[in-house]
Design a protein around this ligand. Structure first.
Ligand code: NAD
Ligand code: MG
Length: 337
């Protein structure tokens, strides 16, 4: 309950309550409304200037073979491994995260485990070293961790992915559709049919197959969260194929939210701006773009996956129960929405 609501209720009770003291009324009202007593005060955290909180450009040119590894990136991305503090917001929940080995997916996995979630992650077999780190991080929180490698461009694998996740977790109530393929091309003429198909299969078909399979298992109260992008609204010229898949993602968030709202399942999106992840150093950005990556944002730097973990928590949490069909941005000041 918001503080202003509590004050309003207290005031109403005082007005009709013939001079009972405010504190007494508040104490009487709280248990009746199921409100918990306030937690002990935590030590204050120092203010941090977001412009200098994380590395700023220029960055070293670097190119890895797709899909890339976190450990080979310079500087190494921050997924909140050292910083995310949980408070039991999602205790007992069960999540499947695609692309959970690195980037936004890893940040969500770390944050979820610390909020009390059992987590299954999907990734490509080549990403096993990254996945092992995430599995260890989830287990370190005492949560169940399920590793399911495989290529989501395959419909049969997508169905098996969901079945294995449900079996390993004992159910499913959070689905984070996050895996993505991005390759920069200066011209539409440079995009082969094979490349176009790869992007569309990963970013549009796979979520369609995975969500269809998952819905059989997700009870009312569940949440689906898709990673879209600022590219959905304001595409750059070098991401012709990728940007249109992110517009499609933003769009399915809104249609599915309407379709699944009556069933008690919420569907929301996260729209990152430029974030320092493996996707960018494996052909997602040109070397020239990489050197000054994030410099065009008002904060003057790229985001780190760690800065988005709490958004995936918020969108899954039961106290965000009226948020559905929404897209939450984290783009350093220049992105949309
Ligand atoms: P990332 O490379 O760390 O994560 C992407 C993951 O997708 C990979 O780890 C991989 O496991 C998975 N993946 C890709 N193709 C797959 C396939 N065929 N089968 C199975 N898994 C596959 O990069 P990221 O930036 O964290 O990407 C996560 C999401 O964020 C993507 O949807 C991406 O489009 C989106 N996004 C990224 C940025 C950015 O600047 N990094 C900005 C906006 C949106
Ligand atoms: Mg990865």
């Amino acid at each position: 309950m918001a503080i202003s609501d509590e004050k309003a209720i207290s005031r109403r009770n005082v007005v009709g309550g013939a001079g009972i003291g405010l504190a007494a009324v508040a104490a009487a009202v709280r248990p009746a409304l199921g409100q918990q007593t306030s937690s002990p005060p935590s030590p204050s955290r120092p203010l941090q200037d977001p412009t200098h909180k994380y590395p700023r450009p220029p960055f070293k040119k670097q190119l890895q073979a797709w899909p890339g590894l976190v450990s080979k990136m310079e500087p190494r991305p921050n997924h909140g491994e050292q910083s995310y503090r949980g408070s039991g917001r999602l205790a007992g929940r069960k999540a499947l995260i695609t692309g959970g080995d690195s980037g936004m997916g890893r940040a969500a996995a770390v944050a979820y485990a610390r909020e009390g979630v059992d987590v299954a992650i999907n990734y490509l077999p080549a990403e096993e070293p990254d996945a092992r780190e995430v599995i260890a991080l989830i287990k370190a929180e005492g949560r169940v961790a399920v590793a399911i490698p495989g290529d989501i461009r395959d419909e049969a694998f997508c169905q098996k992915l969901v079945t294995d996740a449900v079996a390993g977790l004992g159910g499913l109530d959070i689905l984070v559709s996050n895996a993505g393929r991005q390759q920069a091309h200066n011209s539409i003429l440079d995009i082969s049919t094979e490349q176009f198909d790869w992007t569309i299969k990963t970013n549009i078909y796979a979520p369609f197959w995975i969500i269809k399979a998952a819905l059989h298992h997700m009870p009312p109260g569940s949440a689906i969260i898709a990673t879209t992008s600022e590219q959905a609204y304001d595409p750059t010229p070098d991401l012709y194929d990728y940007a249109q898949t992110k517009a499609a993602t933003m769009n399915f968030v809104k249609s599915l939210a309407k379709q699944l709202g009556p069933k008690g399942i919420r569907v929301n999106g996260v729209a990152p701006g430029p974030i320092w992840t493996a996707l960018q150093v494996t052909g997602g950005a040109s070397q020239e773009k990489l050197e000054k990556f994030g410099s065009m944002t008002p904060l003057g730097r790229p985001g780190q996956p760690a800065e988005l973990g709490s958004i995936y928590v918020q969108l899954a949490a039961a106290d965000a129960s009226f948020a559905t069909g929404q897209v939450y941005g984290a783009a350093g000041g220049s992105g949309q929405p």
